[in-house]
Design a protein around this ligand. Structure first.
Ligand code: SAM
Length: 469
């Protein structure tokens, strides 16, 4: 039975409820009176339920879809301005005991080069990332309870936070590792992680069981209830996601929103971020063998509908997507992107093609961080290296209430400008720096409060003179 408050996966991601939702959405996909009323409701920026948002996703009235895109764009502007937060993944280990049929890390893959970074190798990788200008990482690893232990992860996190190199320091370490226990989540929290990220892959239980035939990840309930345990362990920023292409996207969309509704109902705070990866070719994985892939138009609609349904949740897009696709969806709701990513273990130091043998998926956007930053600024976005919320303790429900009331903008905009200035001064190419300095000059005028603007201008001057506060 569907119960948003229940801690059991089968209740809060209830299959019958999803089927009823999809039937309701289908019946109403041309119901312009209902669709208009949902768009009006969404304009209040308080989000929509999974049922309501599913109707908008199913809607195929061209004129209404244009309104949906327009509203998503406006909501994105209102909540996130023109800032895009930058991050990079760091692959720690590709040892894995699971049998996921879509992932090249699966245990039966004998020709992929297996590797687990030592603490010394992590130092080298992190210095390479710092030299690019990154301040925020997402740690990634396969699931191997013997090799990739919690102790190993804690050592990695400590190592990363302790590396001071030139002007670089990683200020926020997020982590994307297999579902674990409340005690382990508590240890991750104590080690100072930012967001705990875990993709559901698919909310469809039967498909999930087939796609994860062996290994601990086969346990659908344990996986689906992981965010509850993470929150019980004190982690208040959790990042959810679906791997689009595994099952029908409308089923996944409803499941994703039900998951968000459940976390909000049970813990008072919804997911901090939603990721929207699409399945890609990888070592021994041919994505065309999976029959639920979605085209770029559907992908854009999906991003827009997520933005409208959960306006205050960050949305992440990785280098699984091309420059063109990223360009298309950025303004519809994306708030974080990766840049200069390597998805192989040791890939930031090891020259290709050796590292390629351990890649998790083929990176499509292969540009450097400098190129990505420059491209964003040329489109009028402010690439942000800010991690202030995390350092100031503005996480979890405190973050959400600030964000919901629109207040987060007052500090995010100046912080984004100052961290961008640091990036430009320390790492950027002359072309990127010139474009960035012009952008900052213009954007500083948008700091609403005169006193605050004076402080920002003074800080920007100090950064330029390499005299930081
Ligand atoms: N082992 C952890 C777990 O069980 O969730 C972390 C997983 S992995 C390092 C990160 C994500 O990559 C997975 O959750 C999956 O969604 C995604 N992934 C796996 N294979 C992929 C592929 N062929 N194309 C795109 N993304 C893929």
């Amino acid at each position: 039975m569907y119960d948003v408050n229940s801690k059991h996966a089968e209740d809060f991601i209830n299959h019958e409820e999803i089927l009823e939702t999809l039937a309701y959405a289908d019946e109403n996909r041309h119901n312009s009176v209902l669709i208009d009323s949902l768009i009006e409701k969404a304009k209040k920026r308080k989000g929509l339920s999974h049922r309501e948002a599913s109707v908008l996703l199913a809607c195929d009235l061209e004129e209404k879809n244009q309104e949906i895109f327009k509203l998503a764009e406006q909501i994105k502007k209102d909540f996130y301005g023109n800032r895009i937060v930058m991050f990079a993944p760091l692959y720690l280990s590709n040892y894995c005991v699971n049998g996921c049929t879509y992932c090249p890390y699966h245990a039966k893959n004998k020709h992929i080069a297996r590797k687990q970074l030592t603490q010394e190798e992590i130092r080298r990788e992190v210095i390479a990332l710092q030299d690019m200008g990154h301040k925020r990482l997402a740690l990634e690893a396969g699931e191997d309870p013997v090799r990739n232990t919690m102790e190993y992860y804690l050592d990695c996190i400590n190592t990363i936070y302790s590396i001071k190199h030139k002007n670089g320091a990683i200020r926020r370490v997020n982590i994307n590792i297999a579902a674990t226990t409340v005690d382990n989540y508590r240890l991750l929290k104590e080690a100072g992680i930012g967001t705990y990220i875990l993709f559901q892959e698919t909310y469809h239980k039967e498909s999930y069981l087939n796609l994860h035939p062996t290994g601990p990840k086969h346990d659908y309930d344990y996986h689906t209830e992981a965010m509850d345990r993470a929150m019980e362990g004190g982690i208040d920023d959790v990042g959810v996601g679906v791997l689009f292409g595994l099952d029908k996207y409308r089923y996944e969309f409803a499941g994703l929103l039900m998951h968000a509704e459940h976390l909000e109902a049970a813990f008072g705070v919804g997911p901090h971020t939603i990721s929207v990866p699409r399945l890609r070719d990888a070592d021994d994985i041919d994505s065309s063998e999976f029959k639920n892939g979605i085209d770029d138009d559907t992908f854009a609609k999906l991003v827009a509908c997520i933005r409208i349904a959960v306006p205050y949740t960050g949305m992440i897009i990785s280098t699984r997507e091309s420059q063109k696709t990223r360009e298309r969806v950025l303004h519809l709701g994306i708030s974080q992107i990766s840049g200069g990513s390597r998805t192989s273990v040791g890939g930031y130091c090891e020259p290709e093609p050796d590292a390629k043998k351990s890649e998790q998926f083929d990176v499509i956007d292969t540009r450097t961080l400098d190129e990505v930053v420059c491209w964003l600024m040329e489109m009028g976005y402010i690439p942000s290296f800010c991690t202030a919320c995390y350092r100031e303790g503005r996480t979890g429900d405190r973050f959400m209430s600030l964000c919901k009331s629109g207040q987060i903008q007052n500090c995010c905009h100046p912080n984004a400008l100052m961290t961008l200035k640091e990036y430009l001064t320390d790492y950027a190419s002359p072309k990127t720096k010139a474009i960035g300095d012009k952008l900052i000059e213009k954007e500083v005028l948008n700091v609403p409060n005169e006193k605050a603007r004076a402080v920002v201008l003074e800080n920007l001057r100090l950064i330029e003179q390499d005299n930081r506060r």
